[in-house]
Design a protein around this ligand. Structure first.
Ligand code: 5AD
Length: 465
């Protein structure tokens, strides 16, 4: 592997490319009320990656181009990534940038017109970020919480947060030297029925951590949940909450990003396009600065170039409609907005008040005061169970140990009461909520896990295997 160039050289190189950075485009989009469109894309082979990026550029002109990193690189299993490149360890589900090295990163950067972003899922992204910056790429997704709890089982929250503080420190140095690095925070988390206040609480904590290290361009991403007024309220909450909790840091620009639905997609092509269109409408109504698109092949897996382009076309087509003439139920949005802001305040304020934020976050997860449903991590309690209410908005079937006020609990309970009564079989209800937009319901091998109350017996059976 080539040694890394000094930061000053990477900065000079990035400037010499003569194309706007993602931070530049986000500022322009915010100023002009436009929404940038970005797909995900990544394949293992370098030439194939270049073909993919150029093909997408030729067909669909995304505003921001993406290098999605493979899972081995994300988890620092670099030897396995290299073996896979040689053809003796299966196929890669993304581009192993660290193994290809920053010189190849520069080649991609030079040949693709749009600025690039690196998207991944690494609890420890220090090496990947150095390679990214050395490639002259100035937009980097992830954070110490959101790239830990959905993805890994055994890494303490404090370790990943500290590793990401180092990433943010370098991003801050580049920013101070005049090259603004866009740091996008992955509010999506596990993407499985994520209550908006949990997404936003985690991204706000990560935003404070990033700003404290000198990051000045922060993209806060929110995943479409499926209920239009709840989603719109969550998007409107982002700048308001950022203004509230980032006040100690001057000069921070916060951008809003929408992920089109991240849950279980329809297998049927036209239904999938409908869902993508719905996401694009929400992005337009929410006036987000950027939307990350899905493809109609989402239910099957990683899209081909053509499938990926279809997602971009459908998104652009919707964004071009006169969305300001659509009627929004402003009362419903205002009600959701107030609830989301209150819930987020109740989650983050006890943490942000503490002197050592890293310890405070780790302790909060250990106690379940911050909690993510269905987390992969054994350092998150996952006592929270989400559900949809009768209208499809995402609520709490169980708030676990979240420190919610009486008012918050009462509102939630009122909204879910009827639905939970109907859901006599809680697992069946959960499956229905998860398959909300899907054209197929799973046949029931999952029934095997039993009803509520029988859960521990089922778990014991699993553990005994
Ligand atoms: N190329 C395109 N999309 C990808 N995703 C994951 N890896 C890739 C890749 N290499 C997408 C998934 C899902 C989201 C989490 O990321 O299809 O939509």
């Amino acid at each position: 592997m080539d040694p890394f160039p000094p930061l000053a050289e990477s900065i000079a190189y990035a400037r010499s490319l003569g194309k706007p950075t993602v931070a530049d485009l986000l500022s322009d989009a915010a100023r002009d009320g436009r929404t940038l469109v970005q797909p995900r894309s990544g394949v293992g082979d370098h030439d194939a990656m270049l073909d993919l990026l150029l093909g997408l550029e030729h067909r669909a002109q995304p505003d921001v181009a993406t290098i999605t990193i493979d899972s081995y690189t994300r988890l620092l299993q670099l030897d396995t990534a290299r073996r896979a490149l040689r053809g003796d360890a299966g196929t890669l589900n993304g581009y192993p940038l660290v193994s290809h090295g920053w010189r190849r990163g520069r080649e991609l950067n030079e040949l693709v017109r749009a600025p690039l972003q690196v998207r991944h899922g690494s609890p420890d992204a220090r090496l990947l970020f150095r390679t990214t910056l050395a490639s002259g790429i100035t937009s980097f997704e992830g954070g110490g919480i959101s790239y830990n709890v959905p993805y890994v089982k055994n890494i303490p929250i404090a370790s990943s947060v500290r590793a990401w503080q180092e990433v943010d420190r370098v991003a801050g140095e580049a920013t101070a030297a005049g090259l603004v690095v866009d740091r996008e925070l992955f509010g999506t988390l596990t993407a499985v029925l994520m209550p908006p206040s949990i997404c936003l609480a985690v991204t706000l904590i990560e935003a404070v951590l990033a700003a404290a290290e000198g990051v000045r361009c922060i993209s806060i991403a929110y995943p479409q949940g499926g209920h239009p007024w709840q989603d719109l309220a969550a998007l409107r909450a982002i700048p308001r909450l950022a203004a509230r909790y980032l006040t100690p840091y001057s000069g921070v620009r916060v951008h809003t990003v929408l992920h089109q639905f991240m849950g279980i997609f329809p297998t049927d092509w036209s239904r999938a396009i409908d869902l993508i269109t719905y996401g694009a409408l929400l992005a337009g109504l929410g006036n987000v600065d950027k939307v990350v698109t899905k493809s109609p092949a989402e239910a099957r897996g990683i899209p081909t170039l053509a499938e990926n382009a279809e997602g971009i076309f459908a998104t652009r087509a919707a964004l071009e409609q006169p969305l300001d003439r659509l009627v929004i139920d402003e009362d419903a949005v205002a009600d959701e907005l107030e609830a989301i802001e209150r819930e987020v305040g109740e989650l983050v304020e006890p943490i942000l008040d503490q002197r050592d934020l890293v310890v405070a976050v780790a302790d909060a997860f250990a106690d379940g005061r911050i909690d993510v449903p269905f987390s992969a991590s054994r350092f998150a309690q996952s006592l929270v169970t989400p559900c949809r209410d009768q209208e499809g908005a995402i609520r709490f079937a169980d708030v676990g140990r979240l420190p919610f006020s009486q008012a918050t609990r009462r509102r939630n309970d009122d909204l879910v009461r009827v639905r939970l009564r109907e859901r006599a079989d809680s697992l069946d209800g959960l499956m229905r909520d998860l398959y909300f937009f899907s054209d197929e319901r799973p046949s029931p091998p999952w029934k095997w896990f039993g009803r509520r109350g029988e859960r521990s017996a089922a778990h014991a059976q699993v553990a005994a295997r």
